[in-house]
Design a protein around this ligand. Sequence first.
Ligand code: GN1
Ligand code: MG
Length: 384
Amino acid sequence: MQKAALLEKQSGAFMNTAIQIAQQFSTEGRLISVERFGAGNVNDTYLAITRTTFSESRFVLQRIRKAVFPEPVLLMQNLRIVTDHCHKKLEAESASADRVWQLPKIIPAHSGADYLTDDAGDLWRALSYIAGATCYEKVRDLAHAREAGHVLGHFQRLISDIPASRLHYALPGFHVAPGYLAKLDATLATSDGRARLEASTEARQSLDFIRARHDLCFSLQNALQAGTLISRPTHGDPKIGNIMTDDITGKGTCILDLDTVQPGLIHYDLGDCMRSCCNPAGEDADDLDSVNFDLDLFDAIYSGYIADAKEFISDADRARFFDAIHLLPLELGIRFFADHLAGDVYFKTRYPGHNLKRALVQLRLAQSIESRESQIRKALDAAL
Ligand code: GN1
Ligand code: MG
């Protein structure tokens, strides 16, 4: 009876699959509701509610998109390694910590496996829901920004002693900027890609902007190849929307979305966190003139980050921080732009032209960083 009512309320093929899958994970009580949840650009996320005679609980259910993650099983193996490692460390450090740090845990299926595969071959997993804390899509104020930096530094420290060789490259080529340029070129070589470029002045201007910054795309990869920078475990996607703040204390409490944890440069994380947190207008800004790299927010994030990161970063790392801050918005701009030209196959979009608009925001942010280069470099040096 209950199950039929639930199915009736949440219609749609995907929803029905989500409901069926949700019932196969080891949670307490009866499934009451499954609803779309979150604002991710890649995976499909649902919030499930279960009830027992005594209480109600929630968990997060996710379908991993094959169009993005070619081998989702590798992603789940990384997730298992990282969450086990972090939970153990967080427990060991809890008595001396100034807050309760949190991190979702994998909820196994009834079979005991960490994930399930549906009839279409898609991988689903369930994670514990972190209650009493919120993710914001835009940075709110300086205190929020400082906490975001602290959460990233804390997480990087937690995973810094996982040998990089234990982690799979679940997303090959992720944050390897020259690869995104190559993908852009390949898309431009198609007639559809070319036609989408020719269809818009903004698209043609974006391409010129990207072409003029060709060398920047190689800066971190060249340093990695030269051995100046080293590969380490990274989060991969530390945008503000993945950082949780405690609703009661206002302190950072958790970083979500561990799908992109894999070996890489800590610079990718620093640059990505800065591009997301220092732009108060957010990734979906309607007015391009409202997009800018805010130096006060930058100072706040960096001071929060460095408090933890000073334990594991070198002078050689620091010497490339500006390049990372400059590159990551350009890189994401290239990724959104190439996806627009390819017909929106990677990032989920809400309307035609959404990826082009997203690209324009990131490219404008890269430009704002260029105009503030000397101040940013000065602030990076001052914090040494
Ligand atoms: C994607 O899925 P989501 O929203 O967490 C993307 C990130 C981008 C981000 C921009 C696997 O993250 O790299 O920075 O959108 N994730 C992947 O919002 O490509
Ligand atoms: Mg993500």
